[in-house]
Design a protein around this ligand. Structure first.
Ligand code: NAP
Length: 316
């Protein structure tokens, strides 16, 4: 059941006060919700470090934000390819040199509905490698500073978590059998969400009350997601959908992650996003999370598989 704890219009960035002195790190800010979230955080006085794969696009986006908000806004970028574990490790090291606190890490970047099975340089299926394992390693390597800062980890999931096979294909993580772009995307987003709820449990067990972890989704937002990596068919379908009221602006799509990064006393057990029809559009609140995303046996195993696959463990 949807819960609109911030009133009938839902949560909006009007609730964010001054963010002077706060630092946010966000992935995938060269487009879509990541770009909009960066702009809003910067407009409230925060320092924002964006982690993007394309330096030319990064330059252009930082330029656009400064043009709009003024040259004094504190936005910068580090080049990082989420689909390359060495690049993620190097970017994390650079971030740690650049900032002395992280109030929230927003795991926003992604590819979606890749029509054919492809692999990252590390041999992971591309959507799992970019969306899930890339963020896994980034989160683990920035964890100590987030901990010291009483910070948050925010994962941008998708309602796709409730589509596809609704679990993790442990016996065939790369989908060598039966690859299907939508199902594999859904699994990568489910993995991202499950690891947040598993992290909450592990933090609790470790007696850590410094770090908060949140899962959210942007509903259906008019961004470059499908045009960047989807099939021609999906691009046509989404192109038509964008003309309908079932798709909202990229700016509105950024609200849930901004809410999770900045709102005080937000219940970590929620799953935040638009609460209107099919949770695709509408006022932002708690959409509720379905039981398969909280399956303890699966999330525990996923955590262990991820440590082994990446060779990266968390200092919990
Ligand atoms: N739009 C929707 O309707 C929708 C629905 C459900 C969930 N989501 C989620 O919302 C989040 C934001 O997506 P969006 O819709 O804003 O899509 P978008 O406009 O395509 O933005 C995705 C961002 O991720 C970056 N990215 C892609 N691969 C990367 C890599 N290997 N390394 C580093 N960065 C990479 C992109 O960089 P480039 O600019 O270089 O491509 C871009 O900045 C994603 O997590 C997505 O799964 C979106």
């Amino acid at each position: 059941m949807a819960d609109l704890q911030f009133g009938k219009n839902g949560w909006t960035p009007a609730r964010i006060g001054s963010l002077k002195g706060k630092t946010y790190v966000i992935t995938g800010a060269t487009s879509g919700t990541g770009f909009e979230a960066t702009k809003i955080l910067a407009s409230k006085g925060a320092k924002v470090v964006t982690l993007n794969r394309n330096p030319k696009k990064s330059e252009e986006c930082m330029g656009k934000i400064k043009e709009e908000l003024g040259v004094d806004v504190d936005v910068s970028y580090v080049t990082m390819d989420l689909g390359n574990q060495a690049s993620v490790k190097a970017a994390a090291a650079e971030v740690l040199k650049k900032v002395d606190r992280i109030d929230a890490l927003l795991c926003n970047g992604a590819i979606a509905q890749v029509p054919e099975q492809k692999f990252t340089v590390d041999g992971f299926e591309s959507q799992l490698g970019v969306n899930y394992y890339g963020h896994w390693t980034l989160q683990a390597l920035l964890f100590d500073l987030i901990d010291k800062s009483n910070g948050r980890i925010v994962t941008v999931g998708s309602m796709g978590y409730d589509m596809g096979i609704k679990t993790i294909k442990f016996d065939d993580m790369n989908w060598d059998k039966g690859y299907q772009g939508n199902n594999v995307y859904s699994q990568s987003k489910l993995a991202q969400i499950m690891s947040i709820y598993e992290l909450q449990d592990r933090l609790k067990k470790a007696g850590n009350t410094n770090v908060k972890a949140y899962a959210c989704h942007p509903g259906s937002s008019s961004t470059s997601l499908i045009t960047t990596s989807g099939s021609l068919g999906m691009r046509i379908v989404f192109g038509l959908m964008k003309l309908s009221p079932m798709v909202q602006s990229a700016e509105k799509g950024a609200y849930p992650e901004l809410m999770c990064a900045t709102e005080s006393n937000l219940d970590e057990s929620g799953f935040y996003g638009p609460t209107g029809r099919a949770n695709w559009v509408g006022p932002v609140g708690n959409c509720g999370i379905k039981a398969h995303a909280l399956d303890k046996k699966v999330s525990k195993r996923l955590w262990e598989v991820s440590e082994k696959a990446t060779g990266v463990s968390w200092n919990l």
